[in-house]
Design a binder for this molecule. Structure first.
Ligand code: F6R
Length: 600
């Protein structure tokens, strides 16, 4: 998500802020800005787009020795200049990483107190609130204690106050923050890479701590008692630091999945059914849903189709975007077109949106990147809030897309009285357990299984219904990052031709999570096993069998139809990852692929 940097010292702050922001680029961002003190006033420079655009706006021959900088990953408001940080209100200039959940009520209160807001962000509210509290009691440390009790949500804040010109303040809750230490200069940053050019000494800041930085660093607890903290020395290089110690961005992003899913579902499930119905679009009029996407987004769409048809009783057709845009489609005024895309810029998906718009159909975009073309041009947008993905192969965004589609099925099912309130509440409760289940599954060992698979250049993934949809994603992961020719096949279709490819030792990965069709899939697995296949089974603990015939077994906890596809996606992603690693592939940048496919 966003990145922050702050500096106080004897060097020119501008270069240090820009360097710091550049080394936070890996976190993903869509605009950037800096604020620094020069000639006794605060200068703020902002630009949408890349840091290069910001550099283009910097004045020559300016000097300052205290400042803050920010790379913004838009959450509230478009990634344009007015929403870009730093934000300033009264005597306070701030940068913020995180989301303030109660910003609307705080904003109403501040407007009543005469504050005017220039941006749509939750962050500008923090600057105004600091200013208001400071006017009431001009004691900055006490104000920081006070504001911590008023802000609900997550934040790491870098703060400049006009009255205290040579001191930088910082606080945090849930969003990361470190303090970098060097001779005659000190830093704050979201992450270690931002300071590594200048120092390898840093302190990790905890949620209840208040930071005051000038030529010294003071850290206080919430009673404003000074505390001593351990100074750490970073051992490693910048690239390792960016990946948070993980070998690859893909693995880092898989480990971020529990948090990503929490962020995806939070706005919809915060107050149970009420927030679900309130925050979802109104689906009442639709008798027909068309879902469009490419690659993993298409696979997420197939899972959505299964749930929408089963639980909302609405016909739902899923199309690969590059096909849909050129084919005849049958629609009427009761058709909703859902377009799924992590980047929101995929050329084919965008073309399908434009086609649907031309046909006068209602469109709903499910996207990750705020303010992307798809989000701007669709009649409605749901943001999945998965956070930036760097690795080319999608992981956390795919999971978040499934979560949103499941919640759509739940909303429609409930509003059409096909899912009772009681049942819906049970499903909502099960969603809240998902991050914990993911955490446990992610930490299991998939390397041992990958070692039995990775040497062969071919593999089959098989399943039925929703398990076939999950299989498609599993097979794509093996193809794109491990370069294994993997084919996903509906288990029941094998004996109509493809089973002739099964030979001694052929790898077959079978997904069996849907209890209703499990028996039939298991029969198909036994058919390929009898022909010599090497079976890796992914199933749930609900199926009462010991599966002694499977060569590898991955047993996931059974939840329900709405959450099982999210949970089952962990093993398929990690099998892909571990196989790719064993095959020595370039996991984060697979050959011939790009993160955002903006050409047809
Ligand atoms: C696979 C993958 C791709 C994308 C596809 C669509 O791991 O990342 O298949 O899912 O290119 O991209 P978006 O979601 O940006 O439209």
């Amino acid at each position: 998500m966003c990145g922050i940097i702050g500096y106080v010292g004897n060097k020119n702050v501008i270069n240090i802020l820009i360097d710091g922001l550049k080394s936070l680029e890996y976190r993903g961002y869509d605009s950037a800005g800096i604020a620094y003190r020069t000639c006794n006033r605060i200068e703020i420079i902002k630009a949408s787009g890349k840091i290069k655009s910001l550099e283009g706006k910097l004045k020559k021959d300016v000097y300052g020795n205290i400042g803050i900088g920010h790379t913004r990953w838009a959450t509230h408001g478009k990634p344009d200049e007015k929403n870009c940080h730093p934000h300033r209100q009264g005597k306070f200039t701030i940068v913020h990483n995180g989301i303030i959940e109660n910003y609307e009520s705080l904003k109403r209160l501040l407007i009543k107190n005469g504050y005017k807001f220039k941006s749509e962000t939750d962050s500008e509210v923090i600057a105004a609130l600091l200013d208001k509290l400071y006017k009431e009691k001009p004691d900055i440390l006490k104000v920081l204690v006070q504001i911590k009790n008023l802000l609900v949500g997550s934040y790491a804040l870098g703060i400049l106050c006009d009255d205290i010109p040579n001191t930088l303040y910082a606080i945090r809750k849930d969003s990361p923050l470190i303090v970098g230490l060097s001779e005659k200069e000190n830093f704050i940053a979201s992450d270690v890479p931002a300071i590594l050019k200048y120092t390898d000494k840093y302190i990790i800041i905890k949620s209840n701590e208040i930071i005051e930085i000038n030529e010294k660093v003071n850290i206080y607890d919430d009673k404003l008692e000074k505390i001593n903290k351990e100074i750490l020395t970073f051992e490693g290089n910048i690239t390792q630091a960016e990946k948070n110690g993980y070998d690859h961005f893909m693995l880092k992003e898989i480990h971020e999945e529990p948090e990503a899913i929490k962020n995806t579902i939070k706005p919809f499930l915060k107050y149970g059914l009420d927030s679900l119905i309130e925050n979802m679009p109104i689906f009442e009029k639709y008798a027909n849903i068309i879902i469009v996407g490419c690659g993993s987004a298409y696979h997420a769409g197939l899972i959505g189709k299964n749930l929408i048809e089963k639980y909302a009783n609405i016909r739902s057709d899923v199309y690969i975007a590059s096909e849909f845009r050129h084919q005849k489609v049958f629609t009427d005024e009761n058709t909703l077109v859902i377009l799924i895309s992590q980047s929101g810029e995929t050329a084919d998906t965008l073309a399908c949106l434009r086609k649907a718009n031309e046909l006068g159909l209602d469109t709903l975009a499910i996207v990750n990147v705020i303010g992307s073309s798809l989000a701007r041009e669709a009649s409605k947008t749901i943001y999945i809030n998965a956070g930036p993905e760097i690795s080319v192969a999608t992981t956390k965004a795919y999971l978040a897309q499934i979560a949103i589609l499941s919640l759509i099925a739940l909303t429609i099912g409930n509003t059409r009285n096909l899912i009772s309130d009681k049942k819906a509440l049970e499903i909502i409760a099960s969603f809240e357990d998902v991050p914990f289940i993911l955490e446990t599954l992610i930490n299991e060992d998939y390397k041992g299984i990958a070692k039995t698979i990775y040497r062969k250049d071919n593999c089959f993934y098989i399943g039925r219904g929703v398990d076939y949809a999950i299989s498609l994603e599993g097979a794509l992961k093996l193809k794109e990052i491990a370069y294994i020719t993997s084919i996903a096949y509906p288990a029941g279709e094998l004996k109509h031709g493809t089973i002739s490819l099964i030979d001694k030792g052929t790898n077959v990965i079978a997904v069996v999570t849907d209890k209703n069709i499990a028996e039939k899939t298991i029969n198909n697995i036994k058919e390929v096993k009898a022909r010599g296949a090497f079976i890796t089974l992914i199933t749930t603990d609900k199926l009462d069998e010991d599966f002694e015939w499977a060569d590898n077994k991955i047993i996931i906890p059974n939840s329900n139809d709405f959450t099982n596809p999210i949970i089952a996606s962990i093993p398929i992603q990690l099998i892909g990852y571990e196989c790719a690693k064993l095959r020595g592939c370039d996991i984060d940048k697979p050959r011939n692929l790009a993160k955002s496919v903006t050409v047809e």
